[in-house]
Ligand binder design. Structure first.
Ligand code: SF4
Length: 119
């Protein structure tokens, strides 16, 4: 009786393990199929929306005459990576920005919509 019950449990455990192992590659395939933020195209500086906000990949090259917000010592501290609208991971060179949906901006970039990251 005890052995019969133990055999059933063992068979059930082996069945579940086999199903889990079979399902793992399928799960990986599904995950690989979904586009991550790193797959988004990089925003082109010549994009009309980018130009209207003075976006540049290198914040130090911002046109401070046209966009004085980035002028002076305070302006020099503004980068996409410390902007509230940037959602790239820390340490990543590129990341998404809610202003330019569907595109990535450079972590060291800047545009006139910059907002200090909270916290
Ligand atoms: Fe960079 Fe912020 Fe401008 Fe987006 S809104 S491009 S994160 S400065």
């Amino acid at each position: 009786m005890f052995n019969n019950c133990s055999d059933k449990s063992r068979r059930r455990f082996l069945k579940i393990s086999a199903l889990s192992m079979a399902a793992a590659p399928l799960g990986n395939l599904l995950l690989q199929g979904s586009a991550g933020a790193e797959d988004l195209p990089k925003l082109d500086e010549s994009d009309p929306a980018a130009q209207s906000l003075g976006y540049v990949h290198d914040a130090t090259k911002a046109d401070v005459k046209k966009f004085p917000k980035r002028a002076g010592p305070d302006g020099a501290t503004e980068f996409c990576k410390n902007c509230q609208l940037y959602s790239g991971a820390a340490g990543q060179e590129w990341g998404p920005c809610s202003i330019f949906a569907g595109k990535q901006v450079n972590a060291n970039g800047w545009c006139n919509a910059w907002v200090k990251k909270a916290g």
